[in-house]
Design a protein around this ligand. Structure first.
Ligand code: HEM
Ligand SMILES: [Cu+2]
Length: 604
């Protein structure tokens, strides 16, 4: 089977930066406080890639402890945990997994999808010259930085970093007696959360407005690429879910600083401190938190679903199978996503009738998810599959999503979840969806759109090695977690082997840790490939993948204002292998085919 080699010819003379209306921009306004959506997208991308390394290092700390409990950690341990003789203390372990999840969710996955790809692709794929509100767009990037700083400095507070998990459940997150990190570290965590929230909200408003108002002539809603649909639906999700979390965060800050008691009940004794005086409810936080954070898991997935649909169709040289069902399924997933949050709280003592409702609505999400999966398989089926880095990552996306989706259905069943809740089974599930699906989709997306970002190609061989190592490392790290969970190993324990019934799990955990380190180091290949190719990759033309979307009609990289002439759209983005396109196997959205010719060719 032949593999699509990106075309290197017809490199057009691109006047970088100043296209058409040339005006000099200072370094600061071009690279730092830029209002150009492409630069903001790249800023998000590079920031999130670096944050991924930070989050990864924290995870390796967690894995070290699970493989070699209470042993001195070489290098890292000596630097960070010198006071404890280089070993990770139970408190430090708690901070490590709290901040690992916080960084990965709030500083990597959410901003890489909406922030990096949303910014870069939305105007280009709808034929606009920029976002509707460029300054707001710039602010949405720069509001990430206070969050990064707050999360960062929280480690240096008295008592150490936040240690209540990324879910920040009270009382752990409220009472200084409950966890050492529940002092100022936790307050800083909440402030950081507010800033990422504001950043996301600014993006969301901008994306909705841009997609509704700024589409090129002819780009009707059902001619939009699925990436745009997914970004649009995600933006709506953000707009409705996020205020709840932001409000809850403020309530918690006020509980901590102003003496309110929204989440503090009366008469609880924690670590021999005097009983709490409150009148609030800890469960209230869980409801508010999950009312945002369940929809948020789709914020972490839907954009990747859209991007993978675009890439799969191009790499299989076939129209996407079932375009409209794909759109409706995404809408259904988003809609159902709002009424299922209680599945995180099955063991909180809720009324069984309510548990049943949450169970049924959760299991219903499997339906649109399955429609999407079958449609991806339908797209691959019979296609001229190009096994390049992009396609390999997309296949990983689909297959890992199937595994993660299936374990989701297990957990959604109340009787099963009562047993596996808060075990490693949960950790397996969400890593399969967030890492296995989304992150592989992102790796594919980076490779696919890199030529548009920098006018150069990334290295295929390094890309493939990175893929294989990550794929093997990923499955060896996370698949056994299903087994650990069924065996009853709880999550968030610094020393599970303390319990005799878990002792036999140590060797398996050591294997997983080895795989995790392999996977961690493999990410340097991605970074190396990315930064090397930025300067030394082979130059490419406007449309290296012979793709159909509007972004491929613009120069690589597009100058200020994106397009030479404002594009006009004549059909959808998935016309691959159509008889209408003549001797090419693709038909760009801007290629006009007169109706009589189209009818004649299609009847052919
Ligand atoms: C078929 C679709 C899905 C179903 C039926 C499902 C079901 C569930 C259930 C029932 C839980 C709670 C388990 C427990 O705590 O005992 C859960 C947890 C979780 N799910 Fe899913 N899920 C699905 C898809 C996803 C997706 C697409 C993502 C992310 C992209 C995701 C991310 C998470 C996360 C992060 C948690 C754990 C939260 C925590 O406790 O820290 N899930 N899922
Ligand atoms: Cu959920």
């Amino acid at each position: 089977m032949s593999t699509l080699h990106p075309t290197l010819d017809h490199v057009d003379h691109v006047d970088h930066g100043a296209h058409g209306h040339a005006h000099e921009q200072s370094f600061i306004s071009k690279y730092v406080f830029s209002t150009d959506h492409k630069m903001i997208g790249k800023q998000f991308l590079i920031t999130t890639m670096l944050m991924m390394m930070v989050g990864g290092a924290l995870a390796l700390g967690v894995r070290w402890q699970l493989a070699r409990p209470w042993e001195r950690m070489p290098l890292f341990g000596d630097m960070v945990f010198r006071a404890d003789g280089g070993q990770i203390s139970p408190e430090a372990y708690t901070m490590l997994f709290t901040m690992h999840a916080t960084v990965m969710i709030f500083l990597v996955i959410i901003p890489v999808l909406a922030g990096a790809f949303g910014n870069f692709l939305i105007p280009l794929q709808i034929g606009a010259d920029d976002m509707a509100f460029p300054t707001l767009n710039m602010l949405s990037y720069w509001f990430m930085w206070p969050a990064i700083v707050f999360f960062g400095v929280s480690f240096f507070m008295e008592g150490g970093g936040p240690a209540a998990g990324w879910t920040s459940y009270p009382l752990l997150s409220l009472l200084p007696e409950a966890a050492p990190g529940s002092r100022n570290g936790q307050t800083f965590w909440l402030l950081g959360l507010t800033f990422v929230g504001v950043s996301s909200m600014m993006g969301s408003v901008n994306y909705m407005t841009t997609i509704i108002n700024m589409r090129a002539p002819g780009l009707t809603l059902f001619r939009m690429p699925l990436t745009i649909w997914s970004m649009f639906i995600t933006a709506i999700l953000q707009a409705f879910a996020l205020p709840v979390l932001t409000a809850a965060g403020f309530m918690m800050v006020s509980d901590r600083l102003l003496g309110t008691c929204f989440f503090v009940p009366s008469g609880i004794v924690v670590n021999n401190a005097p009983p709490t005086v409150g009148g609030g409810q800890t469960l209230l936080w869980q409801h508010l938190f999950w009312f945002y954070s369940h929809p948020a898991v789709y914020i972490m997935l839907l954009p990747a679903m859209g991007m993978v649909s675009d890439m799969l169709s191009c790499m299989c040289r076939k129209p996407i199978f079932g375009y409209k069902p794909m759109v409706y399924s995404m809408a259904a997933i988003a809609g159902l996503g709002f009424i299922v949050w209680g599945h995180h709280m099955f063991i909180s003592g809720m009324n069984p009738a309510l548990g049943m409702t949450f169970m049924v609505s959760t299991i219903m999400i499997a339906l649109p998810s399955a429609i999407k999966t079958f449609n991806w398989i339908g797209t691959i089926w019979g296609g001229r599959v190009q096994f390049n880095t992009v396609m390999l990552n997309c296949i990983a996306f689909v297959s890992m999503f199937v595994i993660g989706g299936l374990s989701g259905i297990f957990m959604a069943a109340v009787p099963v979840d009562i047993y596996i809740h808060d075990t490693y089974f949960i950790v397996a599930h969400f890593h399969y969806v967030i890492f296995g699906a989304t992150l592989f989709g992102v790796f594919g997306g980076i490779t696919f759109w890199f030529p548009k970002m920098y006018g150069r190609l990334m290295n295929e061989t390094v890309g493939k090695i990175h893929f294989v190592l990550t794929f093997i490392g990923f499955n060896c790290t996370f698949y056994p977690m299903h087994m650990l969970g069924i065996a009853g190993m709880p999550r968030r324990y610094a020393d599970p082997y303390h319990f005799p019934y878990l002792e036999h799990l140590l060797p398996l955990n050591q294997f997983m840790t080895a795989a995790a380190f392999l996977m961690g180091f493999a990410q340097f290949l991605l970074l190396g490939n990315f930064f090397y190719s930025m300067y030394f990759g082979p130059k490419c033309g406007r449309n290296p993948w012979n793709a159909n979307g509007l972004e491929w009609t613009a120069p690589s990289p597009p100058g200020h204002g994106n397009f030479d002439v404002p594009p006009i759209v004549y059909h959808g983005p998935y016309e691959y292998g159509s008889p209408v396109s003549g001797d090419k196997d693709y038909l760009m959205q801007t290629d006009y085919v007169p109706l009589d010719q189209r009818i004649a060719l299609e009847d052919h």
